[in-house]
Ligand binder design. Sequence first.
Ligand SMILES: *[C@@H]1O[C@H](CO)[C@@H](O)[C@H](O)[C@H]1NC(C)=O
Ligand SMILES: *[C@@H]1O[C@H](CO)[C@@H](O)[C@H](O)[C@H]1NC(C)=O
Length: 339
Amino acid sequence: MQKWLRAQLSAALALSLWFLKALAAPPLAVRLSGALSEEQRQQVLSLVASARADVEAFALRGEGLVVNRSFGPGGTSHETLFLHRHLERRAPALRRQLLDLALGAERAAGWNLTRGVREGALRARCIELLTYQGGRHVNPVRWHGDGATLMTMVVMMSPPGSFEGGAVELRDYGNGLQEEPAEWDEVIRVGCSSCATRPAGSVRQERHLELAPGDALAWRGWTLHRAAPVLKGQRQVLAIEWWLGPDCTSSGLPRAPDTPKELHRAVYLDPGASQLRRWLGGSLCEQPPCVDARSALRALAAYQEAVALAPGDPMATSALQSFLENGGAQAAAEASFGK
Ligand SMILES: *[C@@H]1O[C@H](CO)[C@@H](O)[C@H](O)[C@H]1NC(C)=O
Ligand SMILES: *[C@@H]1O[C@H](CO)[C@@H](O)[C@H](O)[C@H]1NC(C)=O
């Protein structure tokens, strides 16, 4: 066979293999049009107004309801207003509806997040209003994941035309190149309206534009995501993270920290996600001294698995390196010796 023909055939084969893999893989995100009615959206906005009015009273009791977050280099990328103190108390029906939406997204996607547990076991880790202000002085949101969160759901609150930019961007795993994707307009559309998916190596990427007010978008918490910069105006979304850990309303914690137990659950649901192993390592022992010998060994194993799953991911490599260089090698050696 001629060389060029072989090259053509192998390129075609690689592309079809990618498509088969992409078809077999569960969707990156599920979009629910009209998830909240206009009346319910107004109800959320009125809860937001009462939470804002209560910020000072809560601050006096030592509880912060509002924080400026930085998800990148430098200063504030967006403001977070926690609604867990207000939603359940003032709008229990809305709260139930949000859970129903999450379960609906879960069934549509086939992520099996509640496999082995009751559906009702899905709890809210946090309920927040996120505000992104347009303008030159705002710092971009970098790619990040939500740790042990099983599902992150955002519902658009802003009316059309009130902002520019702010698309939701998603990518699969940390298993690929970390640099910016090639031009987004080279995208291949795969079966979802107003969204674009393209392969970048073995990594899928999607960009969701034009969520109408009340529309929701849900993804597995560890799927890397970011909001593209808001260029003008103000963009607000209601964000709820779901997991099997403590519910923010009953614990009173605005967003409980990752624990090895919750991360193990996520690893069980998506064993191929390298970033989950890296975060698991971090929650077991970010840097020696570890709490005990067992944690040192388990952390080392988690960091090594992250690298094995994503050999090209510099985040995985540097987490392992940093653990080893800071005494992890010795801690693990001592731990296996004492075993
Ligand atoms: C958040 O940032 C804004 C704008 O820089 C500032 O006005 C506000 O006081 C900050 N809020 C908190 C809670 O730090
Ligand atoms: C969910 O479970 C079904 C049935 O067991 C299986 O076919 C599917 O691959 C699972 N999905 C994921 C994301 O593991």
